[in-house]
Design a protein around this ligand. Structure first.
Ligand SMILES: [Zn+2]
Length: 346
């Protein structure tokens, strides 16, 4: 199985807290340099990799969000403790005990989000999900030094610790949705290598600000006005205890790319994908999703202007929105193959 682990690890190790995605977009753009006609940005910072074609050809958008959940500095107490506010729906049960990096004006400041030792907590305290206003970042620095290096509004990301687990599985924070951006980049690279056979224009977009309300998707959808749009995000793997198959369906790591059969997917495209997957022996799984619509970029792009033919594809992911998300690279390869073959079929 082909895998560019250098590019994947570079994406995962570059902080892209929602609203502050520039460094990650640069990695995406430099990876595609030479494979696409140009890369450009819009005002929000969405990054577009463009494969041009004659004007009358249909426009295909392939997108995944490059932003990750994180924080911004809200308040610095007199003794140097730092309080933060969330960008996106981070799992607060996993935050105490985390290492973080603050991106200050004079560089990185490392810190920890500590907690009261479990021995000193009563039963009620142990069971409660902590509130952010009761947690702080301890940098180990003197208060004056903190105030010189950290300002209100500075971006805070969870510390990076991506690694492979065995041959196929990867764990990291922010696999949601950098694993999707990896898919988009590989699709654009493969399409770029076969561009003479394409009968459509293609824009591969690393979208911003998904975790704070799918804002980048809306701006990029309007900018491109695609005839077809393919969104790739992570989807809930239910192959762990406590994830009810009766409520959420049966989605497993390593069993293929997930095709969402919800209102955010055009069922004609789903049928085409079904045909391509069986013809090319690409493993796929189907999900009705926990909700009829919403929760991802596809739902926003779907309702732009007269409506857009969208399809939502998922990479199965365990432990979503924690610092230890887990995905399987075989599902990633299935997604890349399925999208590439679909775009070539247009
Ligand atoms: Zn996501």
């Amino acid at each position: 199985m082909y895998m560019n682990s250098n590019f994947l690890m570079a994406l995962l190790s570059t902080p892209t807290v929602s609203g502050f995605e520039d460094a990650g977009c640069k990695i995406y753009e430099s990876y595609l340099n030479g494979y696409v006609d140009e890369c450009k940005r819009d005002i929000l910072g969405n990054s577009y990799a463009v494969l041009d074609a004659p004007e009358e050809f249909p426009m295909v958008m392939v997108e995944a969000h490059i932003d990750e959940i994180g924080f911004q500095v809200l308040y610095i107490a007199d003794d140097g403790r730092i309080y933060v506010r969330k960008n996106g729906g981070i799992d607060m049960q996993c935050i105490p005990g985390s290492r973080v990096v603050i991106y200050g004006n004079s560089g990185e400041v490392h810190g920890v989000i500590g907690k009261t030792p479990v021995h000193l907590q009563n039963g009620q305290e142990r069971e409660k999900t902590p509130e952010l206003s009761n947690l702080w970042i301890d940098t180990g620095l003197e208060a004056e030094e903190v105030k010189g290096k950290v300002n209100v509004g500075d971006v805070v990301a969870l510390k990076q610790d991506a690694e492979m687990m065995g041959k196929y599985r990867v764990t990291s924070k922010a696999l949601d949705d950098k694993i999707g951006v990896y898919v988009v980049a590989e699709v654009m690279k493969r399409l770029g290598n076969e561009r003479d056979s394409l009968r459509c224009k293609v824009q591969g977009v690393a979208t911003v600000q998904e975790e704070v309300g799918c804002r980048g998707a809306l701006a990029s959808g309007y900018t491109i006005m695609p005839d077809v749009s393919i969104s790739i995000d992570v989807d809930f793997a239910t192959d762990v205890p406590g994830c009810s198959k009766m409520k959420y369906g049966d989605i497993r790591l390593g069993q293929g790319v997930v095709v969402a059969c919800c209102l955010d997917s055009d069922m004609r495209i789903v049928e085409q994908l079904r045909g391509i997957a069986s013809e090319k022996s690409i493993p796929i799984q189907y999900s009705a999703r926990p909700y009829a619509t919403g929760g991802t970029n596809a739902s926003r792009i779907r309702t732009i202007r007269k409506g857009v033919r969208t399809v939502l594809l998922g990479i199965p992911c365990r432990y979503m929105h924690t610092p230890v998300e887990v995905c399987d690279m075989r599902d990633v390869e299935a997604a890349i193959s399925l999208i590439t073959e679909y775009v070539k079929s247009i």
